[in-house]
Design a protein around this ligand. Structure first.
Ligand code: NAD
Length: 264
């Protein structure tokens, strides 16, 4: 069979609507035969997520707020009761107060710093710890990062610091879980217009800048991230762990483009 995910069961966390990066990855996996479980954060998003989950016949659609241990316990109990095993996880969750995604990073409040780190970093570690016992050799965990982890990007602020910590956690967990044959990777996606991105100041300018200054001269789509995600979640990438894979039209390799291509 050419279906890469036939017989695999995966948990998808972070779908808010059909523009979510998590949905792009979920679709790619479903098209390749994966059976999926979805989580949603709160009732308002349930109305968006349930119809999407139905289009891929997902057997599990569960509420989960990653800041609530009770909510995480209930989710993993459901997965354990329904499937008793898990092959892969997509973690596409991040949060900062919008007010702190403008102005200077140095003014970040302690409260928002801790909350952003909890939701955007610790939640992936928590999910990995809970998932690993359900996984056999070949298990794969994937999270989403951004170039703001590596270099300063306007308005990314506390999220840049959180993504740097998230990428470090990918490396530590790759080492921790590698002996069990479980892999941990991240995709560093180029900017995409999603609900979360709408909280970032000047996002339209960032999109345009990336389009004009990346080698491929275009922005990436959730389908682009979806097919790279499929690779990292499938056995095609069985020799890959601890990696931060850029799906950004090559933006991260550019110091300066030739002036006939670049913004003057
Ligand atoms: P999105 O708004 O579609 O998804 C963000 C998700 O995080 C939502 O589903 C939201 O419900 C969830 N979430 C936030 N707080 C939560 C909580 N406490 N408990 C459970 N879920 C919670 O936006 P997206 O852009 O698809 O974001 C997905 C991931 O991709 C994020 O980690 C984001 O940082 C990352 N990313 C986005 C871009 C971009 O330009 N859009 C680029 C690189 C990386």
């Amino acid at each position: 069979s050419t279906k890469l995910m036939a017989g695999k069961k995966g948990l998808i966390m972070g779908v808010a609507n059909d523009r979510s990066i998590a949905w792009g990855i979920a679709k790619a996996c479903a098209d390749h035969g994966a059976e999926l479980a979805f989580t949603y954060q709160g009732e308002a998003l349930e109305r968006r997520v349930r119809p999407l989950a139905d289009t891929v016949s997902a057997p599990i659609v569960a509420e989960c707020d990653v800041t609530s241990p009770d909510s995480m316990d209930a989710l993993f109990q459901t997965i354990s009761d329904t499937w008793g095993e898990l092959d892969f996880v997509v973690h596409a969750i991040a949060y900062s107060d919008k007010e702190e995604l403008k102005g200077k990073y140095v003014n970040t409040s302690r409260e928002n710093f801790l909350n952003s780190m909890d939701i955007s970093v610790f939640s992936f570690t928590d999910v990995a710890r809970r998932s690993a016992p359900l996984m056999k050799e070949g298990g794969s965990l994937l999270t989403l990062s951004y170039y703001g982890a590596e270099q300063v990007m306007p308005h990314y602020n506390v999220m840049g610091v959180a993504k740097a910590a998230l990428e470090a956690s990918v490396r530590y967990m790759a080492a921790d879980l590698g002996p069990d044959g479980i892999r941990v990777n991240a995709i560093s996606a180029g900017p995409i217009k999603t609900l979360a991105a709408s909280g970032i100041g000047d996002f339209r300018v960032i999109l345009k800048w990336n389009e004009l200054n990346s080698p491929l001269h275009r922005n990436v789509t959730i389908e682009d991230v979806g097919s790279s995600g499929l690779y990292l979640l499938s056995d095609l990438s069985r020799g890959v762990t601890g990696e931060v894979h850029h799906v950004d039209s090559g933006y991260h390799v550019v110091g300066m483009l030739a002036t006939d291509n670049a913004v003057p």
